[in-house]
Ligand binder design. Structure first.
Ligand SMILES: C[S@@+](CC[C@H](N)C(=O)[O-])C[C@H]1O[C@@H](n2cnc3c(N)ncnc32)[C@H](O)[C@@H]1O
Length: 207
């Protein structure tokens, strides 16, 4: 842990140790979907994965798009340490500590794809982040983003945790503003939908 880390990065450092065992299998259907939605017909170039966490996107991306650099970026050094361990089995992959909304200019207009799963909802300005990710794509490149909506369930552990923490009310326009930001940034929105999969927890204490 570094002294200059943000509280969010520190929180994810603390979650990193249990993340692969508990959440990666539960989030797997959405990760698979995000990779599938890229199709197979990408232009040349690297694939960038903002908010990669422990980088569960990597094995699927490396299988679907062999021979490409695949780079994960995450704010949390604890997550990136685990992501780097995963990347060590893939010669063209790496994970770096960084802010997903301040990706360096060296990436602008270069990426064949930008893929991000369950990170967008944590960013301070999601529409601005989406617009900045569109700017990283080269012509024909694809953006595939899965995010948590403000309300994921009416009853259940996430709904309870939402209530206990007194989170802000849901923004009914969030999806529309996200799609508009992508279109204003010059990309075409080809799919925009809510996708649910069942998720089970052994008991409240474990959750
Ligand atoms: C729920 S995890 C998702 C990890 C992985 N993509 C997955 O699907 O399992 C969210 C991740 O977003 C990262 N994150 C949050 N804000 C970020 C930011 N501004 N820049 C980069 N990463 C960020 C957190 O550190 C955390 O690892």
């Amino acid at each position: 842990m570094q002294d200059d880390e943000s509280p969010l990065a520190r929180a994810w450092d603390q979650a990193a140790a249990g993340y692969d065992d508990y959440f990666v299998p539960r989030f797997a259907p959405w990760v698979e979907l995000a990779v599938q939605e890229l199709g197979r017909d990408l232009p040349d170039g690297p694939i960038l994965v903002p908010c990669c966490g422990t980088f569960p996107e990597l094995p699927l991306l490396a299988t679907a798009f062999p021979g490409r650099p695949i780079v994960g970026i995450d704010l949390s050094p604890g997550m990136v340490a685990r992501a780097s361990a995963r990347a060590s089995s893939f010669p063209l992959a790496e994970a770096v500590v960084g802010d997903a909304v301040e990706v360096g200019p060296e990436w602008t207009g270069r990426c064949a794809a930008v893929v991000s799963v369950f990170g967008l909802q944590q960013l301070p300005d999601p529409p601005a982040a989406l617009a900045s990710w569109v700017g990283l794509l080269r012509p024909g490149g694809r953006l595939s983003v899965v995010y948590w909506p403000d309300v994921v369930e009416q009853e259940g552990p996430f709904a309870l945790s939402h209530r206990i923490r007194g989170r802000a009310a849901a923004d009914p326009d969030a999806a529309r503003r996200a799609a508009e930001a992508i279109a204003y940034a010059g990309a075409e929105v080809t799919a925009d939908r809510a996708v649910s999969f069942p998720m089970e927890h052994p008991d409240a204490a474990t959750f």
